[in-house]
Design a protein around this ligand. Structure first.
Ligand code: FAD
Length: 476
């Protein structure tokens, strides 16, 4: 039998696939990368990069309007969505060269544009070309789910794939879904001048997060005038661009019409598994998800699935981490290496909400013996100086103080969580953070202050009595 043409064939050139292709090629592997659209994936074109760029302009608009909070004269920014979206385009354009076909071809990767399919367990065909490889990597990502709502197919709706193409003002926006994408975009559009209504079948926003943390974000959304319909099902959609109506049925069974000029769907994701003839390769798909083992191998041991399409947590840093695991397996034959279970993430609302490890609710559901400690931002000097005192940090430990999880809701939480990601990755106890000197005055000192709560708890009245006796102290 002829030897495979490639060491690695990657299908999908987004966050995960690009890292496998660049890393594999740099390490000396012969790599082909098949992409059906353009390199960069969701994160660059329709996800992280445009959303965070939009959020920045929205934050400035909010700060201008509320400048009195910082003892300055407020100003109405009169947002021009066309200009804001041009900035989004230019930020994408600045990053794009790092993901360009020229760069990857320069690294020695055979970049092939086209939509292919498996024709055998060890062969993928694209543009009439049969690619064989020792290792295949499926990195085809996900796309927005379109909920089954009567009439929706006749209504002009936006998703994350089209919302950043908007150039006209959005007087009123209906957002279906109050997960991270729905909340981030709802707040950004509200700050850029839209009246925003969010509809969700869940009972509250960000249901994956502890309720006390999500509530801080929710209250800020309410203060900014965003309206919510929870426990709501949408029974009908009707209208045209500029006049869209959703029939929303509440928990009590009563229906009401909710209107807006634009409609944005942010109601979950579907994995991109169609059209690849996965069954011909022996790759099993269960309920739209590729079945993978704890090492990211599909039911065909030579084919891996990484990133969104692997069906776990859908984040860019997860896709990139998966890529590193596959490279270790495919090139260095370190087949025992598994993905880390310590995965931080953040929702980039204002305030931000970030988490790593177990939540308080999960610790309770799993019946794990645990302790919970909190510390508020309004006791952090830097937060007061910044005028950003909303929120708190929370850690969950085992009874001996070993960290099980951490969450922060507040300014820059997405940055601050990194310290706890490090601590959890290395199995540290709260006392390790408590013993670490943090720069003053920083928001990061909240990480130490919340860990200190664990140390203070050890100081019971009887412990204090003993200390006084042993060291001859005279205080009360
Ligand atoms: C609005 C929004 C905001 C987000 N914000 C964040 C954030 O702040 N932080 C974060 O970590 N994550 C964020 N994400 C998630 C992040 O974008 C994804 O988790 C990440 O892009 C997944 O990487 P991937 O490699 O699995 O897929 P992608 O990066 O999406 O790449 C998949 C690639 O495969 C291609 N493809 C699909 N089907 C085929 C096929 N049949 N043949 C060939 N090619 C194919 C696609 O065209 C695409 O280029 C956000 C997502 C959205 C939608």
């Amino acid at each position: 039998m002829a030897a495979p043409e490639f060491d690695i064939v990657v299908i999908g050139g987004g966050s995960g696939g690009l890292v496998v292709a660049a890393g594999g090629s740099t390490l000396g592997a012969k790599v082909a990368l098949v992409e059906k659209h353009k390199l960069g994936g969701d994160c660059l074109w329709y996800g992280c990069v445009p959303s965070k760029t939009l959020i920045k302009s929205a934050r400035i608009a909010y700060a201008m309007r509320h400048a009195a909070h910082w003892a300055l004269t407020p100003a109405e920014p009169r947002p021009d969505l066309a200009r804001v979206m041009e900035r989004v385009r230019s930020v994408i354009a600045g990053i794009e060269p790092f993901d360009s076909p020229e760069r990857f071809r320069g690294l020695g990767v055979d970049v092939i544009f086209g939509e292919g399919r498996f024709v055998a367990p060890d062969a993928f065909e694209v543009n009439g070309r049969r690619l064989t490889a020792k290792t295949f990597v499926l990195a085809t990502g996900s796309r927005p789910a379109v909920p089954p709502i009567a009439g929706l197919q006749d209504v002009p709706y936006l998703t994350n794939e089209t919302v950043f193409d908007l150039r006209e003002q959005v007087p009123s926006l209906l957002v279906v879904g109050s997960g991270p994408i729905g909340c981030e975009l709802a707040q950004a559009f509200a700050r850029l001048g839209s009246e925003v209504t969010v509809i969700d079948m869940a009972a509250r926003i960000l249901p994956r997060e502890d309720a006390d943390l999500a509530d801080v974000v929710y209250r800020q959304h309410l203060r900014e005038g965003i309206r919510f319909h929870f426990d709501a099902s949408i029974t009908k959609a009707a209208g045209t661009r500029g006049a869209i109506e959703l029939t929303v049925k509440g928990k009590d069974g009563r229906e009401q019409i909710v209107g807006g000029t634009h409609l944005l769907l942010a109601a979950g994701r579907r994995t991109n598994v169609e059209g690849l003839d996965l069954e011909r390769a022996g790759v099993r798909v269960d309920q739209g998800r590729i079945v993978v083992d704890d090492k990211l191998r599909t039911t065909n041991g030579a084919i891996y699935a990484i990133g969104d399409v692997a069906g776990g947590l859908q984040f860019t840093h997860v896709a990139e981490h998966h890529a590193g695991i596959v490279l270790r397996h495919a090139i260095f034959r370190l087949k025992w290496t598994r993905p880390s279970t310590v995965i931080p993430w953040a929702t980039y609302t204002d305030p931000e909400l970030a988490r790593v490890g177990l939540s308080e609710a999960e610790a309770r559901e799993k019946n794990l013996p645990h302790r919970v400690y909190r510390f508020p931002f309004d006791e952090i000097d830097r937060a007061r100086a910044e005028g950003e005192t909303e929120g708190f940090a929370k850690i969950v430990t085992d009874p001996k103080g070993k960290l099980l999880g951490a969450a922060i809701v507040g300014a820059h939480a997405g940055e601050l969580i990194a310290e706890y990601a490090l601590a959890l990755t290395h199995g540290m106890k709260a006392k390790a953070i408590s013993a670490t000197i943090h720069t003053y005055p920083t928001l990061a000192s909240i990480s130490r202050r919340v860990a200190d709560q664990r140390m203070k708890e050890g100081l019971t009245p009887s412990a204090k009595t003993w200390i006084k006796r042993i060291f001859g102290l005279q205080g009360t």
